[in-house]
Design a protein around this ligand. Structure first.
Ligand SMILES: NC(=O)c1ccc[n+]([C@@H]2O[C@H](COP(=O)([O-])OP(=O)(O)OC[C@H]3O[C@@H](n4cnc5c(N)ncnc54)[C@H](O)[C@@H]3O)[C@@H](O)[C@H]2O)c1
Ligand SMILES: [Zn+2]
Length: 377
């Protein structure tokens, strides 16, 4: 039988992987200058966390931002969304998409996400599917979203079967991380975001980890110098990783340290807020270090140091610390099947040789894993 093969060659370069991440204190007041070239003469839709509009009154910072955008664009429509992983789902996505379409948008329209990681992930996904893809700008308002989710272009929603299983890669046009907006963040959310900060040091930057240990108190006191450095450093480390591997065919998976365990834990909680993403990641990272040690890769002293920084940050280090949370080992193993790193039922974990040196471990021994989880839960 005659067969023709036609090769479709696409440009391999990453479409728009050059974009600014503005980090600073009070820089949202300059949003008109920072964003002018992206929003001028465009219809804008701001998808924002309804934390910023209690009882239909817009929060002052958000109101000022809204006015700046209004003065510098063609039109602005607002779509409020509740934060929290409970709302990061397909139902919410459909509602937002239908509402956005009702504003007679065109392909030049720009979405602005204004909120934490949940708003950024869902708004980015909305932008990637609306009219087959329009541009978006991210204004992260939680520590977690400023150091992690707003950069890198992973967008999406959760499924009942697991975390972030539906989504796309869609890079933003620009990101503004203003540390001033973190002042209203509940302490628990700030601490949860800090789990991802620790992650960056552990993956590939021991110097940064050492600095975090020293500056812990200043960071939790919201000292501007330290906080700005934290955010800039994390975004820099993340940018270096994703510039080489946008779609996670290789080393981008290192950013998943602690997330195989963490996502399994989160989806057991049904995203009901009993355990939030950063807390699940904190437990997940501690488990990854303990598992690394048990598998002969990492010293006990490093494991202790890791547990210690999480404890000092008042983050959980073990599932045993979470009250009324029951998981059994077979159920947890079942969850790993939905991890995006799993291939042909073979599990991949991010493990550590030491602090500052993570690696990708394919085909992890399941019996070994079962023994480990039995001890941990
Ligand atoms: N895309 C990625 O690369 C990536 C990376 C890491 C995490 N994530 C995702 O990010 C999500 C977690 O992000 P998050 O922790 O920002 O959650 P979130 O968006 O739910 O925000 C946490 C809580 O803080 C509130 N909030 C937001 N900004 C506030 C402010 N300035 N002041 C007071 N309250 C505020 C929200 O209403 C919410 O209740 C998870 O869904 C996770 O999967 C994505
Ligand atoms: Zn995360």
């Amino acid at each position: 039988m005659k067969m023709e093969i036609i090769n479709v060659s696409l440009k391999k370069e990453i479409e728009s992987l050059s974009y600014p991440v503005f980090v600073g204190n009070n820089i949202l007041t300059k949003a008109n200058n920072l964003l002018k070239k992206y929003i001028e003469n465009k219809k804008i839709i701001i998808i924002y966390d309804n934390f910023f509009s209690s009882k239909n009154v817009l929060d002052k910072t958000f109101m000022d931002f809204f006015k700046l955008i209004q003065e510098n664009s063609l039109s602005v429509n607002l779509i409020p969304v509740s934060g929290g992983d409970q709302t990061k789902n397909m139902l919410q996505l459909t509602n937002i998409v239908e509402q956005a379409l009702s504003y007679e948008i065109d392909r030049e329209c720009v979405i602005i996400a204004f909120g934490g990681g949940v708003i950024g992930d869902i708004a980015g996904f909305v932008a990637s599917v609306l009219l087959r893809g329009i541009q978006f700008i991210n204004i992260p308002t939680t520590l977690l979203s400023q150091v992690d989710s707003s950069v890198g272009g992973k967008t999406g929603v959760n499924s009942k079967l697991g975390k972030n299983l539906i989504g796309s890669f869609h890079q933003p046009l620009a990101v503004i991380a203003d540390i001033n907006i973190l002042k209203s963040l509940p302490e628990r959310e700030f601490r949860a975001g800090f789990a991802e900060v620790i992650k960056y040091g552990l993956i590939k930057n021991k110097k940064f980890f050492n600095w975090l240990e020293l500056e812990l108190e200043n960071i939790f006191n919201y000292e501007s110098f330290q906080l700005e450095k934290v955010i800039a450093e994390c975004c820099q480390i993340k940018a270096e990783i994703i510039q080489k591997d946008e779609k996670e065919n290789g080393n981008r998976a290192l950013l998943n340290l602690g997330h195989t365990f963490g996502h399994a834990i989160e989806s057991f909680g049904n995203f009901d807020g009993k355990i939030i993403h950063g807390e699940a990641v904190a437990i997940g990272i501690c488990m990854a270090f303990k598992f690394s040690n048990m598998s002969g890769f990492c010293s006990k002293a490093d494991v202790e140091r890791v547990l210690n920084i999480f404890k000092k940050s008042k983050l959980p280090t073990s599932l045993k610390e979470i009250k009324n949370f029951s998981i059994n080992t077979p159920e947890m193993i079942e969850k790993f099947k939905y991890d995006k790193k799993t291939r042909n039922n073979k599990f991949t974990f991010i493990l550590n040789n030491k602090i500052g040196e993570s690696f990708i471990k394919n085909d992890v021994n399941v019996n070994h894993l079962i023994d480990f989880i039995d001890k941990e839960i």
